[in-house]
Ligand binder design. Sequence first.
Ligand code: C2O
Ligand code: CU
Length: 476
Amino acid sequence: MRPFSGVAITRRTILAGAAASLASLSTTHQTLAAGIPARLIAAPGRQALEFGKATRLVDTWSYNGTVPGPLLRYHVGDRLEVLFENRLDEPTSVHWHGLRPPNAMDGAAPLTQAPVEPGGSMNYAFDLADAGTYWYHTHFRGWNQQDRGLYGILIVDERKPFKVDRDVLLVLDDWVIDRGGRLDTDLGQMHEWAHAGRLGNLATINGSANAAVPLTPGERVRFRLVNVANAQIFALLFPGHAPVVIAEDGNPVAPRAVGEEPLILGPGQRVDLVLDATGKAGSIYPIKAYTLTDEVTLGQFAYRDEPGGSGLIGTEVTPLEANARPALAIAEARRIELRMEGGAMGRMRGAMMGGRMVGMRDLVANGRVWAFNGVAGDMETPLVSLKRGESVVVDLINDTAFPHAMHLHGMHFREIERNGVPVDGPWRDTTVMAPDDRVSIAFAAETAGKWMLHCHMIEHQAGGMMTFVDVKGDAA
Ligand code: C2O
Ligand code: CU
C-alpha cells in the first residue's frame, strides 16, 4: 500500500538502494549535558555525508559545526540555558520544537522575538517540564536555514530511567544533492512551494544514506526517531522486527506494537520505539520507508556477531511515566474552523494579503501560494484570542491536493475527531493530514502569549500556511 497515493510527484528521487555498501552510522554529534549553559553557535560549515559508497563534503549551515547540531540532554525539571550566537550573515532565531517555554523563549521570530542579527546573541533559558524526545531548529527563513542544516536534537530524560539496554537516536532527513555532489542551494523555488515542498533526492539517517544501525542479538533498544526534513513524510517499515511505540512527539502513549501498516512520521514529528533485537548474529535487515514520491531503503539493522542484552527482550513493554497535562474541557470548548487552501491543483482563486484581497497572480508574485481561512500568511490578526485556561477545538480542514503536517507551538493538543470519526488521540504537537482530511484537535490555552500554528512543511509555512493563537492573561 502506498500511504500517499494521489500526491503529485514533482521531483525524481534517486536514493541509495540496497546495493550500495553499508556505510557506518555516524553517531558522533557531541552531547552537551545539563548543568552548564550550552553554547550554540550558528555558522556556515561543512559536513561529510555518506552517499552509498562515497563520502562527500557538503556545505551546510549548522549549530556548532555539525548537522544535526549538538545533542542537548537534560532531566525533567532541569533548566535549559543556552547562550546562542549568530555567525551567519542573515538574521536567525532558535525554536524549541515541542517544548512548552514561556512565550518570549519560543524563538518564533518575528512573532515572539526580534530575530538575532548577524554577530548578535541571545540567551534562551526556561524550565523543562516534560520528559521526551524534542528538537530545536531555526525559526527564521527556515526554507533556507533549516534546509542547510540548522537543527539539533533535545532529549529530556524521565525521572525514573526507562529500562532498555541502549538508547539510540535516529535523525531522518532528506537532501537535494546536485550532480556534482553539492547541496543544491536553489532554494525558494515557487514550484516546490506550491507543490509538496522541498523534497530531497538523498534520504539520510544521522547524515548517512544507507546507514548501518548496529544491533546486538538479544538486546532491547529504545530508538528515538526524529523527522527533521523540510517537507518529506517517511512512512516507516521495519521488516523482521516488531517495534513497540512508547511515545509520540515526546509524549508517552500506551505501548502499541507497530503492525503491518507503515509508521507515519511527518516533518517535525518524533516517535520513540522499543525494539527487541531478535535477529540472528551477523544478519542484516532493511529499514524501509515510503516517501511522498518513492519507496526507499533508508538503512539497515546490522547484527553483530556476539550476542548480548540483559534479558529484557520478550518481556512486556511498560509505559513511560506520563507528563503532567492540563485539564481539557472539550464539551465547553470554543470551536474554531481552520480551512487550509491553495497550492497547485487547489481551488483557491485569491486571498487576503497585507489587509486586502488579491488574486492568484499577485499572491504567487509575493510567494504566497497557500492560505488559512482566506488569509495568506499575514501575522497581524490571530486565528483566535483565548483566555488563559480555556479549552478550544480547532477543526482543521485540508481543502488542498497535498498532505500537510500541522504544528502548534507552546501547547500540546489531542486529536478528537478524524474524518467524522471520534478518536482518542495521544497528546502531540504535530499532526499529519492527507488531502481532504478533516481533523479536530483540542487543547487548553495554558500559557499566555502568541503561539504559532502552521504547516511544518517549511515551504508551505513560508508560502502562507501560518497563523497564531493569542492567549491572553498573565505570563506564567
Ligand atoms: Cu518546529 Cu514553528 O516549528
Ligand atoms: Cu503543508
